[in-house]
Design a protein. Sequence first.
Lengths: 425, 400
Amino acid sequence: MFSLLLTMSVNTQADDNQEQLLNHIKELEQRIIELETTTVLSDPETRVKQIEVFVDANGIEHDTQVPGSKRRITYQRERVYRRQTINEKISEAMEDASNRNVQLGVDAAIIIQNVQQHRGDNKTADGNFYQLASTDLYFTAGLAQYTLFFADIVGLSGTPPNNEIDGLTLANGYAARLVQQNDLSLREAWLMTELWDQKISLVVGRLDLTNYFDANAAANDETSQFLSDALVNNPALGLSENGAGMAVLYDPKKSFSFRMGYQQSTSTASNLSDALFLLLEAGYQLNPFHLGEGNYRIWYREDNTGSGTNAVGVSIDQKLTAGITFFARYGSAENAASSNREKHYSTGLQFAGGLGFNPEDTLGIGYAYTNPVSVEKEKLLEAYYNLAMTEKLHLTFNLTYLQEQRASASTDAYVIPGMRLQASF
Amino acid sequence: MKHRKNPLMMINPFIAFVFILLLFPVTSLADKEIKITDPASVVVIVNRDSNDIAFMDIETHKIIGSVFLGKNVNPHMAMMSKDGRWVVTGGTRSNKAYIIDVATLTLKKEIAVGFAPEHLAFSPDGRYYYQGNPDDDSVSVIDMVSMTEIKRIPGFAEPLNITFTPDGSKAYVGNYGAHWVGVIDVSRHELLKKIYVGEVPEIASLDPERYLGDIKGISNVSISNDGRYLYAADGDLGIVSVIDSREDKVIKQIRVGADPWRAYMSHHGNYAVVANNGDATISIIDLKKNEVVATLESGPDIMGINFAAGKAFVVSSSSGFLYVYDMTSLTAAGRIKIGKNLQIETATTDTAGEKLYLASSTDHSVYIIDGKTEAVTRVANVGLYPWGTHILDSKDNYCH
């Protein structure tokens, strides 16, 4: 009886084994197909590695330190058993080729604005439409370790409302780039290198120092935030044109940062001493009451233009909640023509998250006040909604209320609806 | 002619079988030297290109030994069982799971699993080891008693990390190829439900390149210290969805930075830090309020975040820096340069929460970082292309 049960058990087990074996063969066949179709059936992979060795007085190389040896960095081929898929190989080769090439970026925008005057003597701007098209071409190339070349060539064409409004600041911040209609101009061309464990960045060339000074997270970019120059820059900074210069940025990636720089701000200079601006800025980041991060900056400017020799300003952006950022700027500049100082301040809020079209939308509202000399004043209120249509294409609607008070002239007020279509890729 | 019986045939086969069974463990143990007596005293190092798992003594920083898995295996992640008896790993290029005996540093078992196994987890009772097979869209269930694959659960979309609830009843799977979290019923080893983490905005139809291209879904589901809530970051949607584990329901969506990789839970359980690789920032989420309380600049290609000495250490892979953040003031606190031309990978933290053990693949080293003093010690030649590290009971055991 026992042997019968044993025989039956052995037979059943044999059947099971056979089935398992067949399943196993089937699985192996499937794997071979997958391997052959997706895997490089290659030799061991070889690659060159940077290695650390120790060379003694006799020139003998050791893997570990021996008495009298010196540490040296050298390169050596290494062979490993790493199997890569065809996709991985292709991606690696493409990434490698891309890193060696000059990177090109494009930022193009079309801005349409309409001016409706509702107060003051009738100006030619009333009822007119304005359109400006701008294209920036960015070139970036890595030249050496931690060293980068950057150039920005801009082409600008069209009519901003600034000339017919005659405002104290630019109603369309893009117009600050307009040097010559329909011409390509070199806005920036600089070399940047990082030193001292990359704590210090040194930038030399043709610069726009407003990229490094008086920054603000919520009001610093006419391509994506406010369109008015009074809300994007601080007029007290005094920089009207890009020019030759240098910036030194100390950023230990802690709360504190410090930067200094100089830049020439005129296109008619005959030597580097003409219209030279020197700027210093200290920045501090903190998180008061765990509201969110806040950036607090204070800057000082000196220049030799003769129209005023110094200015001081602050720029603040503080998150109130994860989606709401408060911002404020203040600037005070010396004016050679008056005993009073020029004053400028601006403030506002930025809301992230939009109105439900796309969570990447932003909207903002800001107020700016500019008082360059005693009686002249400009008050500006702007609201915008930036609709992120795609990652590369944004459509912004903005509405500006502008009030200009000039000496020996009426106080004019305008409503300026506008639209900006911006593509960057 | 009378056949003479072989004396061996006279022995009852059953008795012989029992005898062999009893003899086997004695002889096998006698053959193998015990190399590790305390599994908590070692750092497990995954060496992708030398195809081995190395074991480093935490005190002496010496490599005790390594277990070679086979050519072209390319292990991805390793984890030690709760009792410290086994280390398991998945061989991405061999399509196998490996079980290593920690005491003797020997390869105990190779088990065929799905295609390209990467991330894995043990059930809290140590009975099962779940191995995710992202290229096979499946999760293999390995029974640690029989050491066999008892089931392969299909129906996922590039499953990456697996998170068990503390009671072991459910496991949550991050699907990088989709925008849902898979819930596995552990008692039946079945995909129970799919939790939809968030809406793709309507306007996305204008951007097919972004949403139909290389999908960046959910890499990991991070669990709160009390096991109640789960935090799933979705790369394409730019959100962290908070899931209530009692109801398996999304109770809140938190907008973070661009292309969030995953949330890392601080040891005290008060914050989650999210690595946003799209804009090289981190978002710090207050877990009581489920709100972002700081978004701070970080470095490129964040591979992991560790916590030690009241700070968060963010591994920026391609820059060779660890970015440091003060977890009290929630502000940046500097960065530690590990080296030039290095690719640093992932790190684990010791159980005391004092030191980090960081794998640095391109110079075949592990760097030990003192969380308090930020002093760095290099242990060279740990194996080829160390890809990850692991310490038993560490709160920062994770993979890419």
